[in-house]
Every structure is written in C-alpha cells, then in structure tokens.
Design a protein around this ligand. Structure first.
Ligand code: ADP
Length: 497
C-alpha cells in the first residue's frame, strides 16, 4: 500500500519543525514567548521529540488579550458579509494546506493520517463554511410586552467581546477551528490556547489566519501549558467569555477562575456514553459501529461509546463481534499505511489507561480482548473489551479516555429500567441506540440524559448539530444556532410610543 501523502511534503515538514521553535501569534505577528522559553513536542508513535513551541504564560496571554480587546470594536462593526467572506477564505486556505496540516496533526497527536485529513482538515473547513453563514443571519426579534401602553420592543444580538478558547489534544485542529469559527462569525475576537501536548497545527492555523487577511488582533494564538497560559486566560479580567473543551476536572477549575469578572463560560467536558443495543437491532451495522465508537481515535473522544448495554439474547454475539474487531484492528503509527488505530497521545495517558484496565480486572472484570500495552516504542495500548462490569466499578463510573469498552447486559424489561442504567453516570454527553423498533428508540431517547442521541448510527459531529452535555458533561452547546448564539449577548430594547 502506498502512503496517501507525499513523502517529500513529510520530509520538508520534519526538517522545518526541527529547525526552529514554533512561535506565538499575537496582534498579527509571530513572536517568541516573553520568557523566551519553549517546550518540546513529542511524537506519540515513537516517544521522540521532533519539534518545540513557545511556552506562553501570563504575560503573553495579557498581550494577546490586549490585542484582542483593541481589535474588537472594529471587528464587531465589520459588515457581517465581510466577516463571512474571511471565514470562507480561511476554509479554502485550510483545504489548500490540508496535507501539511494532516501530517502535522498525525505527528503531534498520533491519530491515523486519514482521520487527521477527514475529521481534522475537512471538518475544520466545514465548520468555517457553516459558521460563515451565520454571520449574516444572526438577528434579534420583535416582541410584544403586555404592560399598558403602546410599544416597539425588540432584541439586539451583540458579540460578547473578547473570547478565550481553550482546546484539548484529542482533535487539536478541528477543535481549534470549531472554537474560533462561531466566535469570529458573531463578531468576537479570540485568544486561542492549544493543548501543550499538541500545539503544532494551531501554529499553521495562525499562518493561514494571517494569509487570509484577518486584521491584527482578531485571532491570537498562545501555545503553552494549562497551569500557566490556560489559567491566566481563564482568570483574565478583560476576557468576556471562556469556551473550554477538555476534562471535567479542568472545567471545574475554569469555573472557579472565571468568578473574578463573572465571565461567560461554555464547557464541553467528559462523557461515559452509553450504547444500547436491543435484540432486534441490525447487528451487521451495530457491531462495527459500537467497536469504532470506542476504538476510534484510540478512545480519546469525549463522546466515545464507552458503556455498552446489550440485550442478553444477543449479548454473546455482540460482545464477541466487538472483541473480534478489537483483536483484528490494525494498530500502528498514524502515518503507517492501513493504520486503523494510533497510539495514545502521551505516556501519561498510556499509564492512565493501563491503570484503569488493571483496576477493572482488580474489581472482577474479565478482559475479553486486549488489555495490554503493545511492546516497543510509542504509547500503544491494545483495543480492550471488559465484560462482567457493573455500576459501582471505577471503569464503569469514570471516563477512561482510551480504547476500553465496558460491556453489560440487560434482560426483557421496561424502557425505564434500561434508561436508569444508562443514566447512572455523572456524565450526560452522548448516547447511541440500536433497534428496529421506532417506538422503543424514541421512548428511550426521551428518557436518556444526554446531549446527543444517535439512533441506528446517526450522524457524527456536524457543525449543524448542537453538541454538549447534561450534568457534569458541560455547560451550553457548541455547533448549530445555539453554538454561534453562545458568542452573543442579548439586549432587550423597548420604545414607549
Ligand atoms: P489533560 O491534559 O489533563 O487531559 P485537559 O484535557 O482538560 O487536561 O486539557 C484541556 C486544555 O485545558 C488544554 O489546553 C490544557 O492546557 C488546558 N488546561 C489545563 N489545566 C488548565 C487550567 N487550570 N486552566 C486553564 N486551562 C487549563
């Protein structure tokens, strides 16, 4: 099998990345961190350092926020159609640079190259195009107050101001673009903080933002660590909103940090999403989908279907089907031809996932497939299926963020009982239902505490579909109308006539 990318592009990319540290992008310019410090970037497929990036901290964040503040009034007043044009231009530039972006993403995060291309590059371009459309469509309403008198009453939608966007390492590029696209469309200016594990594609994004001609300060990108750059952004008194995607524990610290100026906070956090397969489901579709729902991107997906509930009549077949898929999945470096599952992002993440597998076995779970680290270089773990799991076990309660499925069975019974099991989690991000019985599907849908329900496959992440969680899975929704409106304030205006 030949590689789906040009080896020349990869070689020149590697030497470019080795030659110099990536810089911060503040006020339209590429600059070193104020401290002059940089940090190493590691390839999770080999464990080797192959690049470095500027280690931005509080002082850099402050400069970036000042630039975003200065740029805000003009950007907010820019005609919506002009803002839309710029987002569309950025989408085209991202496609032009698609190969370089996807290669960088794979080197940095480890994901299979094709995933970096489709979920990453195409997903990002799609987000920009979708949100470009909203720039010209955001609008208030006219209203009818009941107070005595004659009124003209209406709402105005105004951009919220300077936005701090903090993104994780699991889908670095598309996450970064998904944050900035609605914010820019609504007329906000942005300071983006990529994850320290995966800072590189955000720097390409900065180059393309510059090329697209966004005015200086509209988009600022500060690479650096969570405890320094991230915390400084969350605390900053002149940031009007933080939009965060990442772990629930960091989400909570962002809420604390935001209290200084009571900035608006949107949180897209963890999940422990249930997949419910009824006895009448189309198993030829449900089995591979359930497998990829947990093994895709090595399970490092907030909406990963990590708890399987399967009707006892088909449980053996389904669990064995998924276990078989786990055993046959091609695990390897994201740039190796045919790789279906890459490494985990870091040694820390590898240890975390192995720790959970061990804890599951310690609490009485059976390892039906996988369960081991894959020997050799890099942070690889086998796709793993645990059976004999039950609520109360750590592996069932906590988000593992790795390719580990907990399989459980249910018998004939009420939809309410199935819903109760599925809802027995502090999280409520996503869910999946497989059945040919539309009534059962919709009854369960109504009972599930989850921001997303996918019936018989459903759609993946799409810019038009609201994404977010119930309970500890977050605050607010991204994507769709709700996603862009989350970057606005609503002003009620009444005129006594
Ligand atoms: P982890 O790396 O432990 O999995 P997350 O996935 O939650 O943590 O990290 C998501 C993003 O949050 C990253 O960009 C990270 O740098 C940032 N971050 C981590 N800690 C903080 C913090 N205290 N304040 C703000 N951002 C943070």
């Amino acid at each position: 099998m030949t590689a789906p990318f040009s080896p020349d592009t990869l070689n020149s990319l590697r030497s470019e990345l080795e030659s110099k540290a990536r810089k911060l992008f503040i006020d339209g310019e590429f600059v070193a961190a104020a401290s002059g410090e940089t940090f190493d970037v590691t390839d999770p497929a080999t464990g080797e350092t192959f690049a470095s990036a500027a280690s931005g901290a509080a002082e850099d964040i402050d400069r970036a926020v000042k630039a975003a503040r200065a740029a805000f009034p003009k950007w907010a007043a820019t005609p919506p159609a002009t803002r839309a044009d710029m987002l569309l231009k950025l989408a085209s530039l991202i496609e032009r640079e698609g190969e370089r972006i996807a290669l960088t993403e794979t080197l940095d995060n480890g994901m299979p190259f094709m995933m970096a291309k489709f979920a990453g590059v195409m997903g990002a371009a799609g987000q920009l195009r979708y949100n470009a459309g909203w720039a010209t469509k955001l609008a208030g309403e006219t209203l009818t107050p009941s107070a005595p008198g004659e009124w003209h009453a209406f709402t105005l939608r105004e951009p919220v101001g300077v936005v701090g966007s903090i993104v994780p390492w699991n889908f670095p590029f598309v996450m970064a673009v998904s944050k900035i696209a609605p914010a820019l469309s609504a007329g906000c200016t942005v300071v983006l903080k990529p994850a320290e594990q995966t800072p590189l594609t955000a720097v390409i994004l900065a180059e393309l933002v510059q090329e697209a001609g966004f005015p200086a300060g509209v988009v600022n990108i500060v690479t650096g660590f969570g405890a320094t750059a991230g915390a400084a952004l969350a605390e900053h008194k002149d940031v009007d909103k933080i939009s965060f995607t990442g772990s629930t524990s960091v989400g909570k610290s962002i809420v604390h940090a935001s209290t200084g100026n009571l900035k608006r906070v949107s949180l897209e956090l963890g999940g422990k999403s249930p997949v419910v397969i009824f006895a009448d489901a189309d198993l030829d579709k449900a089995i591979p989908a359930a497998a990829m729902g947990i093994f895709g991107n090595s399970g490092q997906v907030c909406a990963a279907g990590s708890r399987l509930f399967v009707h006892e009549a088909i449980a053996d077949r389904v669990i064995e089907g998924i276990a078989e898929r786990a055993r046959s999945l091609k695990v390897g470096a994201g740039l190796a031809p045919g790789t279906e599952m890459g490494p985990l992002v870091s040694e820390k993440q590898l240890e975390r996932v192995l720790g959970y597998i061990e804890s599951g076995a310690g609490e009485g779970a059976t390892v039906a497939a996988g369960g081991q680290r894959i020997d050799g270089e890099g942070y690889f773990v086998q796709p793993t299926v645990l059976t004999g799991t039950a609520s109360g076990m750590k592996v069932v309660e906590e988000e593992i963020f790795g390719p580990v499925l907990c399989a459980m069975r249910f018998g004939d019974g009420e939809i309410d009982a199935i819903a109760e099991q599925a809802n027995a989690s502090e999280y409520g991000l996503s869910s999946a239902i497989w059945t040919r019985d539309i009534s059962n599907a919709l009854k369960l849908t109504k009972r599930l505490q989850a921001g997303t329900v996918r019936i018989n496959g459903g759609a993946g992440v799409d810019p038009s579909l609201p994404l977010g969680g119930y309970k500890a899975s977050g605050w607010g929704r991204e994507n769709g109308r709700a996603g862009v409106e989350a970057y606005t304030e609503l002003k009620a205006v009444t005129v006594a006539l």
